[in-house]
Structure formats: C-alpha cells, structure tokens
Design a protein around this ligand. Structure first.
Ligand SMILES: Nc1nc(=O)c2c([nH]1)NC[C@@H]1CN(c3ccc(C(=O)N[C@@H](CCC(=O)O)C(=O)O)cc3)CN21
Ligand SMILES: CC(C)C(=O)C(=O)O
Ligand SMILES: [Mg+2]
Length: 287
C-alpha cells in the first residue's frame, strides 16, 4: 500500500494485465488525468462489499465507486434517496480495506452535502476518516461549486456528477435524459464550473452522446459516462447490472457481461437438492 507519490505513469497500461505479485501502486487522481491525455479509456464499477471489491481490484478496474445506489442495490430501497451516511460508511470501509490499487470513491448520499459547503466537508471527512475512502462524489453542477472548492482545498478529492442526478429525480421529472437541445449549454457550463472548483473527474449520466463528446473535449479532467456515449474518457456501470445479478427491465445503457443470477440460482438449487437427497454433506465434509 506504499506509494512514493512521484509516479507519472499510470498504474494500468492500455490492455495490460495486472501483475500476479501484490500491487504496491495506488491509483491517484493525476493518473486518471494522464490517461485522458494519452487517450486511454478506463472503466469504473460500483462496489459495496469485500469480495466484489477485491475481485474488481484484481481485474484492474482503477476506480471503484461505493455508490449511494447501495440504497436500491444492497439495502432493498426503491431509490437512492433513503440511504444514510451511517449506512454507507461500513460498506465503504469494507471496500477500501479490500483493495490494493483501486481508488475508492465514496458517494455522498442525499441530504448529506446539499445544505452548505461546511456540511459537505463534514460528511466527506467522515468518509475519509471512518471509511478510508480516497475521494468523494457528489451530484450537481455550478450550484455545488462551494462544496467542491472547500473539500478540494482541504485535501479531499471530489468527483462531480451531472446530467441525470438520481438524488434530484423529483426535480428532474423522473428518470430521463438531460441536456437535450438548449439545456446542453447549461450542462457544459456545469461541467466547467466543477472543473474550475477543483473536481478531479465528472460523471455524466444519461446525456446525449454529442453533448457528452463536446464536454469531454472541452474539459481537462476526465469524464465518466453512464448512458453518455462512446466519447467519454471512461465509463461506469452498477456492478449488479453489468454482471447480470439484477433481473428485470434494465436501463438502455446497461450491457450484461455475465449471468450471475443464473449462476447463483443454479448453485442454490443444486445445494438444496443435494441436502434433500442426502448427497451433501459427504464423508469428506464430515469430522
Ligand atoms: N441498478 C442500478 N443501476 C443504475 O444504473 C442506477 C441505480 N441502480 N441506482 C441509481 C441510479 C439510478 N439510475 C437509473 C435508473 C433507471 C434508469 C431508467 O429507467 N432509464 C430508462 C429510461 C430512460 C428514459 O426514459 O429516457 C432507460 O431505458 O434507460 C436510468 C438510470 C442509474 N443508477
Ligand atoms: C451510477 C453511479 C454513477 C452512481 O452514482 C451510483 O452508483 O450511485
Ligand atoms: Mg450515486
């Protein structure tokens, strides 16, 4: 976990496999900016617990987000609104304890930062001290500049999140694409305000591809898209969506890379059948 802090090369080369030896170099925010300069795209995933975090770290995913989406993907809520700081901190702590290289970003939940810059700072400090997070993320554009500035100046790297911001779904009129037509200008201004305030990256959720492309070209910090097209510097997905653990109707921006629901369902059914038939436990499982 040591880091000289002086590296100028990204810990992950394009397409390079992670070495088998224990990694020692932590991904830093300046590595992400250097990857943008080199045109190297990268992937971010959510993680909410130990084994998924360790697995994604081993896969070479450079940034893991402990999303407030734990609300609806771990804790059983319908939306991300109800989740609290006290609920997210143990999850973020589990993730940061389980990775060697990945930069762990903790999402600040609804109500824990919008009130003032001081409130944002207080909440961010809790995630850094109590959860071992390396950075925080918050939703909003120009109206969050004071929050981003105070945290950044205090030494806490901040990732911004613009476009469709789920914590404001009641203001945005539901889950829909943001920045179509004229409002694309405002999105660009929001992205620029976040960069000027000191954000190290900006998530763009459900933004038209051409708007996201223009913002990506304009900013010096990396853009991370979710439903924002191919031209972002990076992409992010919720891991249960990407791995097919979540079933039912998925957002259009999701691509499934596995059928974990099918795998787990089969394993649970096979285990139950073995117990019912007496095939498990066998002598080799018995003391
Ligand atoms: N499992 C999960 N995946 C996510 O991507 C996600 C969460 N949870 N929770 C927090 C937010 C909420 N997000 C969402 C959730 C639903 C849609 C959705 O239903 N999109 C539809 C409608 C789009 C439209 O009407 O324009 C789609 O087809 O993409 C989008 C983003 C993204 N985030
Ligand atoms: C979808 C990502 C960007 C997020 O904010 C979350 O998972 O909470
Ligand atoms: Mg979130």
């Amino acid at each position: 976990m040591s880091d000289t802090g002086s590296e100028t090369t990204a810990p992950y080369g394009a397409g390079a496999a992670k070495p088998a030896a224990p990694a020692t170099r932590r991904v830093r925010t300046h590595h992400l900016r250097e990857m943008k300069e080199r045109g190297e795209k990268w992937a971010m995933l959510t993680a909410y617990d130990m084994y998924t975090a360790a697995t994604f770290d081993e896969a070479g995913i450079p940034v893991l987000l402990v999303g407030d989406s734990a609300s609806n993907n771990v804790l059983g809520n319908d939306t991300s609104l109800p989740v609290t700081v006290d609920e997210l901190i143990p999850l973020a702590r589990a993730v940061s304890r389980s990775v060697h290289r990945a930069l762990v970003v903790a999402d600040l939940p609804f109500g824990s930062y919008q009130g003032s810059a001081e409130q944002a700072f207080h909440t961010a400090v809790r995630f850094m001290k109590e959860a071992g997070a390396h950075a925080v993320k918050l939703e909003g554009g120009a109206e969050m500049a004071a929050q981003v500035e105070l945290c950044t100046q205090a030494g806490i790297p901040v990732m911004a999140h613009i476009g469709f911001t789920p914590q404001s779904e009641h203001n945005l009129g539901g889950y829909r694409v943001q920045g179509r037509g004229e409002t694309g200008r405002r999105l660009l201004a929001d992205a620029q305000a976040m960069e000027a305030a000191g954000a190290f990256a900006v998530v763009m959720e459900m933004v038209p591809g051409d708007v996201a492309a223009e913002i990506t070209k304009t900013l010096s910090i990396p853009t991370i898209g979710i439903g924002a097209g191919i031209d972002c510097d990076a992409q992010v997905l919720v891991w249960q969506d990407m791995a097919g653990l979540r079933t039912g109707r998925l957002p259009r921006f999701v691509k499934q890379y596995a059928d974990l629901h099918g795998v787990l369902l089969g394993a649970a059914q096979a285990y139950a059948a073995d117990v019912a038939s007496g095939a498990f436990p066998g002598p080799e499982h018995t003391f």
